[in-house]
Design a protein around this ligand. Sequence first.
Ligand SMILES: [Zn+2]
Ligand SMILES: [Zn+2]
Length: 556
Amino acid sequence: MSERIFIAVAWPYANSPLHLGQIAGAYLPPDIFARYHRTKGNEVLMVSGSDQHGTPITIKGEQEGKKPEQIATEYHRQFLDSWQKLGISFDLFTTTGTANHAEVAQHIFLTLLDKGYIYKATVSQPFCSQCQRFLPDRYVEGTCPHCDFIGARGDQCDNCGKPLNAAELIAPRCRICSTPPQFKDSEHFFLRLSNFRDQLLAWVRQQTHWRQNVLNFTISYLEGGLKDRAITRDIAWGVPIPLLGFEGKCLYVWFEAVIGYFSASKEWAKATGDEERWRSFWQSEAKSYYFIGKDNILFHTIVWPAMLMGYGNLNLPYDVPANEYLTIEGRKLSSSRNWAVWLPDYLSRYEPDPLRYLLSINMPETGDTDFSWHEFVRRNNDELVATYGNLVHRVLTFVYRSFDGCVPTPGEFDSHSQALIDKAKDTLKMMDELLYRCHFKEAIKAAMALAQETNRYLEEKSPWKIIKHDKQASATALYVAILVLCCLRTALYPFLPFSSQRLHEFLGFKGNIEDGGWQPHFPSPGQRLLPPEPLFSKLDEGLVEEETKRLGLPAS
Ligand SMILES: [Zn+2]
Ligand SMILES: [Zn+2]
């Protein structure tokens, strides 16, 4: 019975290149998940896009003397290029700058207003007398009242993750000119979040399949009470408030960006030629997964579900598998201090699969994990190359040479061979259960354990030695090894799509791995192999020093 799986992926701000923290946190996991479900034969829709609005973009524009749309377009192109090179297989990666998105966001705003879930109020907003402008969100900085962090912003504290409003900041100052702001009245709209607290709490308490960190954070936040939140801003760059008398004001970027999951689904449906197709993921039996970093939990387990409850007749999130953080060489990642590994840099120098491997086997699923270049080289050389790559290469080159380039015909399986075949089948089954529950790290470890086991099997059987006096026994051992490779090709495909597809072809299969389903395949004796080549290359230890030196340097 096939399932419908909607995969919603965090919208990156189009104001800087992507870094490995974002990839490990929010972009690689959904891609693994999507490839796995597609292979199982499930109907998958994976969408996201670049977030073009909000103060992160306008501030960057002002710093570089560019228009916000110019900044957004440049980074959007770069994101698309990165997804293609890293193999992140979105069904649609759009932007919040489309007419479709503005229309959908405005429609949701007006519907919630109409239903009484949004109301108007006059609020006092920080205003810089020097710059002669209001200072929304990131335009005002100060000290966090919760954790005393000095660089907290008018929308959120990056240190403790708590949402803030400018009036709560201690010693606020204008981000542009450092003048302490005055407070002036401005008319804004508020989402009546307080109205949804009990309904949210009842709903969240039923989500026992959520990750502990996500569940605990959400429940304790709700138990602390829910305040209504302003969802409009004094800023001209964004989706305009669709009402007369509010010129120069826009929907708050967070209110409008989460709507992107829905508007992107509509855009995707239009592109398929069936405008109503979004309904099968939003109004029928479907599971919606939201892949995000832990700093965005609140918006996906509280704000967006409240908006959906208010709007009505759309599926609520089924799961929000938020990841923890990736540190870099033992230190907290910091874009501003350039203590980060930038994805376009990585992709300009190295292959995608070794990074996907490291970030999968070291994924910050339940706690922070660390990326180091030393670990990158070690895992590539000792695990990808030595354990898995060499297994594939040894078996395929020997079979190719000794059996006329074809899968050999096995004799009877002894108990050791049968045990390995069973383990291969069990591994696929176990990984199926793990991947279904978004346990990515354990799943890839299971696949690597199978590769290790197969190396031990071949050591004992030594098909390369016995071929001289017992060609049948050698053929059987190699056939069993090829059978395992067929399983590993499928098992590792969600994690390592590029090398898995090459292995698929070396094994003599055509088409896409996904077409074969999530199941073991017994290769046909006589099947023609393609001339094998190594799947991975060893990396030079010297790159560790070279790459580590780049960290923390002023960005070029
Ligand atoms: Zn704080
Ligand atoms: Zn100012």
